[in-house]
Design a protein around this ligand. Structure first.
Ligand SMILES: [Zn+2]
Length: 281
């Protein structure tokens, strides 16, 4: 088991400063906290994905009865990063979060943030973010934090991918928003090394019906984050083999796949089945 971090250890991004920051959210709270419900009645839930989940497997009906833990907050952890790196994450989050939170209001797209597009008869929200790379970095942050987290003991990225994300994040490390925008404008990377996919449903019946789930490691890496499913692919070829349309593969476009509600529910079920296979009840 991974031991929790102690005071006096180095930051897991820059590897230089002391990781004095406490209460680092593994997922960006402001983007993925609808499931917590109204402040007065927080009731979000998180699945435990370990052997305890398997104990709730009903062999005769082949159904998983998830062991749900009600959570008041998105998972967080102490001593992962230094204040400098944490504030850099904040710069990226401040720019990206409004797009994830506001691209749709009352089931309609807010044209300030997104437009509706079709590719091969599938629906997508194209985010109108000035530099799509920022949205890539935002998603990378989620995977990187989850991978270095000690409390999510089963969540791992391939070593080369984790290293790649860390190098990429460090390349754009900035102390202010203007500093960051200056760096992002320079096309260091023409191509995207690690494609990502983002999925959501066209509507939600109950905001609090979702959950936070970090799927144990294997490509693509998957984080179920409230109303979004985030995927990270180890290579371009891998992503295109899995789905030629869904992944975001270059800096010209960032899109969110929008599934019909029924399909979303099926997909969620599929994720749980996948977990069952990993843990082999
Ligand atoms: Zn640092």
């Amino acid at each position: 088991m991974k031991n929790l971090r102690q005071p006096g250890e180095k930051c897991l991004l820059c590897l230089q400063n002391f990781a004095t920051q406490t209460n680092s959210h593994i997922l960006t709270k402001s983007a993925f906290n609808k499931l917590l419900g109204p402040k007065s009645d927080r009731k979000g839930m998180q699945f435990k994905i370990n052997s305890e989940l398997i104990q709730n497997y009903n062999a005769s009906t082949k159904e998983v009865i998830p062991d749900t833990t009600y959570i008041q907050d998105i998972p967080k952890e102490d001593f992962l990063f230094c204040p400098e790196c944490e504030s850099y994450f904040g710069i990226i989050e401040d720019i990206a979060v409004p797009f994830f939170k506001n691209y749709r209001r009352n089931e309609k797209f807010d044209l300030q943030y997104a437009e509706f597009i079709h590719i091969n008869n599938r629906s997508f929200a194209r985010l109108k973010i000035d530099y799509p790379l920022i949205a890539f970095l935002f998603v990378y942050i989620q995977f990187f934090r989850a991978a270095v987290s000690k409390s999510l003991k089963d969540f791992k990225l391939p070593n080369v991918v984790q290293k790649g994300l860390s190098q990429l994040l460090l390349q754009y490390k900035s102390t202010s928003k203007s500093d960051f925008i200056g760096k992002i404008k320079q096309p260091f990377y023409a191509k995207i090394e690690y494609p990502i996919a983002i999925l959501t449903a066209e509507r939600f019946v109950d905001d609090t019906e979702n959950f936070v789930l970090f799927l144990p490691s294997y490509p693509p890496n998957i984080i179920f984050a409230d109303q979004f499913i985030l995927m990270l692919f180890p290579t371009l070829e891998y992503s295109l083999k899995m789905d030629p349309v869904l992944p975001n593969v270059d800096q010209s476009l960032i899109k969110i796949g929008v599934m019909p509600y029924a399909e979303w529910i099926e997909f969620r079920k599929g994720l749980l089945q996948t977990i069952l296979k990993i843990y082999k009840p």
